[in-house]
Each structure stands twice: as C-alpha cells, then as structure tokens.
Unconditional design. Structure first.
Length: 89
C-alpha cells in the first residue's frame, strides 16, 4: 500500500511538551499523533452514524405517528430514579 503524509502541525512548545509527557514506553510522538487521528476519525464516524440512525428513527416515528413524547419518557425516568434514591436512603 502506498502511503502519504499529513500536513505538518504547528503547535506551541507547551502543547508539544504535554504530548511528550504522556508518551508511553517506546512510543513516538508521530505514533501518538497517528493514533489520535485514527481515534478521532472512528469517533466522528460513530457519531455521524448515531445521528443518522436517530434522524431516521425520528422520521419513521413522525410518519407513523407512533412515538412516546420526551416529557413522558423523562417523567418515567425521574420516577425510577426517585424510587432508587428512596430505597438507598
């Protein structure tokens, strides 16, 4: 597989020191940056998929008219929480 480079980053000396301070044994700054980039890509993909599923679900609920209003859901959760707090008191 052919590789390419990411544009170099200009950072403050303080940020570089912070990054270097958390490197693990044998880890390079380049490896740390690459891992951070990969994790952020995966996080953003997951967030986009989550939002897409939520919007699709909302559209289906709106179209069908079958949904539970948020205030009813929150009320039920509040009652459950109150019961647990009461039990623990």
């Amino acid at each position: 597989m052919k590789t390419t480079t990411i544009p170099p980053l200009r950072v403050s000396p303080a940020l570089r020191k912070q990054a270097e301070a958390v490197l693990e044994q044998g880890e390079t700054l380049s490896g740390f940056v690459l891992e951070a980039l990969n994790r952020n890509i995966e996080y953003r993909k997951a967030r986009q998929e989550f939002l897409a599923r939520g919007l699709a679900s909302a559209a289906i609920a709106k179209k069908s008219g079958k949904y539970v209003p948020a205030d009813r859901v929150i009320g039920k959760l509040a009652r459950k929480l109150a019961k647990v707090k009461q039990r623990l008191a």
